[in-house]
Every structure is written in C-alpha cells, then in structure tokens.
Design a protein around this ligand. Sequence first.
Ligand code: CP3
Length: 345
Amino acid sequence: MSQENSKFMRVLRGEPLSIPPIWFMRQAGRYLPEYRAVREEAGGFLDLCYNPDKATRVTLQPIERFDLDAAILFADILLIPQALGMKLWFEQGEGPRLEPVLKDDMSAAGKLSGDDIHKTLSPVYETVSQVRAALPPEKALIGFAGAPWTVATYMLAGQGVKDPSALRMTAYQSPDKMAALIDLIASATAEYLIRQAQAGANAVMLFDSWAAGLPSALFHDLCVDPVRRIAAEVKAKTGIPVIGFPRGSGPAYSEVAKLKEIDAVSIDTGLPWDWAAENLSPHGAVQGGLDQLLLLEGGDALFSSADRLIDSFAGKPFIFNVGHGLIPQTPPEHVAALVKHIRER
Ligand code: CP3
C-alpha cells in the first residue's frame, strides 16, 4: 500500500468510508503514562519538542497503544513565535508565557523576523522524517501549526487569556501593525509547513483555537484570509491536503470549508452535526465533533454519542476525532474501548 492510499488520505480526498479513520487531538500527552516517562527524561516540555528522538517516541506512542489511523507530529503552535524571536517558556501548572507582550508595545513586533526560523525549527523537521520512516504506509502523518490569529493572541497577551477575542481591540487601534503581525506569522507558518511536508508529513492542520467571537469583517481578515494564503502556498509547493480548524466560529465555519485551498475542517464540540453535514460536507471532508469530556466517564454515553456522530455523516467523507484536545484526566482504557467500538460497529 502507498501512503496515499491510507484510509485517512482517502477520506481527505473526499471518499466516504463506512468505518471512519480515527485519531484524536492531543493524542500524545499527559494522560499516557508512557508520555509522562519520556517527558520526565527530556526535562521541560520545550526540550521534548526540540529533541527529535524523544519527540518521535511520543508521536508514535498513541499509534502503538491504540492502532490509530494517523499520527500527529509532537510539537507546539508556540514554536513559531519563538522562531520569530520571542522569548517563550512554560510556567509550571499555568501555561505558556511569551515576551515582549506585544499589546503593550506593538512597535516591538517590528523587531521580530522570519529570516532565520529554520535554525530554531530544524529539529522539528528531523522529527517529521524520523516519524515518517517509522510509520507503516497505512498510517498517515499529520503536520501542524497554529493559525495566525490564534498564534497572535499569545504573542499579543504574552500568555493564554480567557477571552482572546478581546485582543481585537488592538486590531481597531493599530490596524496596520496588526495586519503586519498576521502577515509575518502567515509567511513563517507557510514556510514551516512546507518544510514539514518535504520532510514527510502527508497532510497538515492549522489550529485556530481562538477563532470564536470575532465580527465577520475581522474573522475574514484575521482568520479566513491568512489561512487561505498559507494553504495556497503549501498546496502550490507540495500538493498535500490542508485541514482547517476555526474552533467556535459557528456558521462562519462555512467560510473556511468553502475555500478551495482547504480540504477538510475539524469541528468543535458545539457545532450541530446535522448542520455541519448539510453545510460543510459538500465542500470537503469533516473531522471531529465528539465531546472529549465523554471520554472521562466512558461507557454507553460515550458509545451512543460516537454512534450518532458517525451516523450524522453517513455516506460523507468523515474522520473520527474529538472537538478539542484529550485532557490529562482521560483514562487511556476509554480511548481503547472507543476505538474498538467504532471498528466493530
Ligand atoms: O495533538 C497532539 O497530540 C500533538 C501535539 C500538540 C501539542 N500542542 C502538545 C502539547 C498540538 C497539536 C498542540 C497545539 C496547541 N498548543 C494549541 C492548539 C490546540 C488547542 O489545544 O487549542 C494551543 C493553543 C497550544 C498552546 C499550548 N501548549 C498551551 C496553552 C499549553 C499549556 C496547556 C497545557 O495543557 O498544559 C501547551 C502545552 C502542551 N502542548 C502540552 C502538550 C502535550 C502539555 C505539556 C506538558 O506539560 O507535557
């Protein structure tokens, strides 16, 4: 079998399969004891991201444990701001921190540069090639990056914030500087994803985790257009499929799904499945939708929701996934039971 004929790649090209391919956002992570062991060995989270041998091991762990249809590169969306010249670290038990905090001084963004990103990011390309070499052809490898708006929210606030859409104030106060920042991130991201594809990624996904809450005009300028531009560059250079994830954007999901450069969209936990099947499926594959919290309890509630989700997309190209990432409290046995349930249905 060639890599192009894996179940995951067939669905991305628009073929419906009665048993959907399965993978999970944040499938490598703290809920797995074998991840915690490698993470401990590596030291910090960023040390793990930049260590190709260890990042390869954790990327492969969920494939080995659950026999999933796709692996996702182990890295983080915040490596791009670091490669652009920001200081990045993770506060124990809190989350990421970045400096300088751009919303307080947008002129500081002028000192960032995309000229040298591959110096920082080359270990990631090495991870991609090691993972691809280790995976059998029936398993796809997904590369990824953050979408520019979501990455910008962390750069603007210097950390994750409760209501990232409030940073739209900066877009009103400094529209030119905001456009330049989004542009800088978009160019670097396109180059980054092209290198991932050249190293062996079969498809790439753009995580726009904070796309919710933007008025239409800003959603278009900050989310849709930069994602379109990145996807166009990736496709022109490499031809691989691109998955969009404008999390929380509601009916505006169709604007991303409709883009000819986007092959699939990943749906969040709140988007109605029948609406998505009617309005998004005509434009390409749909992925995701299951509430990741159902995996905490497991059992019938989990299985019946998974069944309804799969049935909602019957006869349409669909990839099974959760609406957002698996959380650290997820019992791995529930993930295994869900995969078995879907494959034996
Ligand atoms: O999905 C996967 O298995 C691949 C790896 C992956 C990680 N982060 C690993 C990670 C991916 C695709 C991401 C994307 C990411 N990173 C997003 C977009 C998706 C989403 O969740 O909305 C965002 C917003 C980030 C930024 C980020 N990274 C935050 C806010 C945090 C801290 C929160 C937390 O869970 O601790 C991280 C850390 C992070 N990224 C971890 C993992 C496994 C936990 C690190 C650890 O302590 O081991």
